[in-house]
Design a protein around this ligand. Structure first.
Ligand SMILES: Cc1ncc(COP(=O)(O)O)c(C=O)c1O
Length: 405
């Protein structure tokens, strides 16, 4: 059944595969009761924005979900797909962009296309599963560096350079803008600085940074002032844009190369028109309404400062992703999350062993622009109480609740 599947009978429908119902907002229904929801990547609050809902509905009425049929290369091309690509490229400061049907598949396929057996991949140890799966397809050497450890990255680059001197290949460094579980940033500035010493190209998965980070929302490269040092940039529509689909941006040459060599797009149907029209509308709102991002950061700062003042360990987050690190067994983590959900009506995700080491519990909170400062205050008070319970061992005795019963 696998590491999580073995608990399926206990967690299915509650901690795993829960059903959140109603319009996407700070308050939704879970098992018929209203909850304060802190677990959706609807960072800018676009999911239920009236203009977004209208654009999606109108586009469905106008085009249906079939158009355009076939892969982009064969028959699935449209002016609107090209327009969205031009607008995305301009927004993230690159020459060209190419749409991807899914972020995950797209990442795997970009990695597969960019390297061959002569090349070496060097990647961060905490990379998202889509990077790990892309690396798995690679037929050449791959070297991993411990998360954000630049000294070790240098060692891996030296090893990689020795390999490529023999094979005649190149080096691709892959990391993330915002690490989605811990909220810390890839050290893109330090990595870009290494280009003076080593010959490599940098590919950044900025799924959580696109729309949330940087003065205009163009991502972590913009935030750290090193956009030009990113050779290949990836963003998804599944988070800030509150939709589905993704894109890759780079030079004209690299994007042309991907258009003609990326298997996930060559051998799959084009992104349906309503998703393209919906993404154009969302991008327009991201550009025209910096106040959505400002509101996201107001909520983020209030929440993170409040939790830190109350003694919670948030690790090294520098993004809206807010992990609360607690010590305890997985059963304590599930009891605690159950208590939050049932007695405080707060819905957030909890992560324990085997996703993180034994003895560590992470409660992951995702602030958005549709949360309020009252939501933050309420949550801070609830967290103070659950921490008291955890420290008093109440969740380990099953005093509050034992979901295994
Ligand atoms: C870092 C990262 N990369 C890629 C993806 C995949 O994106 P999508 O949901 O668009 O497939 C995600 C989403 O979970 C992510 O967090």
């Amino acid at each position: 059944m696998g590491p999580l599947g073995q608990y399926a009978d206990r967690i299915h429908g509650y901690f795993a595969f829960p059903k959140l119902e109603g319009d996407i907002s700070n308050r939704m229904k879970f098992r018929g009761k209203e909850k304060l929801v802190w677990s959706l990547n609807n960072y800018l609050g676009l999911a239920n924005h009236p203009e977004v809902r209208k654009a999606d509905t109108d586009a469905c009425a106008q085009y249906g979900l079939a158009l355009p049929m076939g892969a982009r290369m064969m028959s699935g091309q449209s002016d609107l797909h090209e327009q969205l690509e031009r607008e995305l490229a301009t927004f993230v400061g690159k020459e060209s962009a190419y749409l991807l049907n899914y972020g995950y598949q797209g990442m795997v396929s970009i990695i597969d296309a960019l390297v061959d057996r002569k090349d070496v991949i060097v990647y961060d140890s905490e990379s998202h599963a889509c990077i790990v799966d892309g690396v798995r397809l690679h037929l050449g050497k791959r070297f991993v560096f411990p998360h954000n450890n630049i000294e070790n990255l240098k060692k891996q680059l030296e090893r990689a350079t020795r390999v490529t001197q023999e094979t005649g290949g190149g080096i691709l460094v892959i990391t993330e803008g915002v690490f989605g579980m811990s909220g810390d940033l890839g050290k893109l500035d330090e990595i870009v600085a290494l280009k003076k010493q080593y010959n490599f190209r940098l590919f950044v998965d900025d799924a959580h940074g696109f729309g949330t980070m940087g003065p205009t929302g163009a991502g972590v490269g913009e935030h750290l002032g090193v956009n030009d040092g990113i050779d290949v940039y990836f963003g998804t529509f599944a988070k800030s844009m509150a939709s589905i689909g993704a894109f890759v941006a780079s030079t004209k040459e690299v994007i042309y190369f991907l258009m003609y060599n990326m298997r996930s797009q060559i051998f799959a149907k084009s992104l349906p028109m309503p998703l393209v029209v919906g993404a154009l509308k969302r991008l327009d709102l991201v550009r025209k309404h910096p106040e959505y991002r400002e509101k996201l950061w107001t909520i983020t700062n209030a929440l993170q400062n409040g939790l830190r003042e109350r003694g919670f360990n948030l690790g090294n987050t520098e993004s809206p992703v807010t992990p609360v690190f607690l010590s305890g067994q997985t059963s304590e983590g599930t009891n605690l999350a159950y208590d939050l959900r049932e007695n405080y009506n707060i819905f957030c995700s909890v992560v324990g062993y085997p996703v993180v080491p034994k003895g560590v519990i992470i409660i992951r909170i995702i602030p958005t622009a549709v949360h309020t400062l009252e939501d933050v205050e309420y949550t801070l008070n609830a967290f103070t109480k659950i921490k008291e319970n955890l420290d008093a061992g109440k969740y380990s005795t099953g005093e509050i609740v034992d979901i295994s019963k």
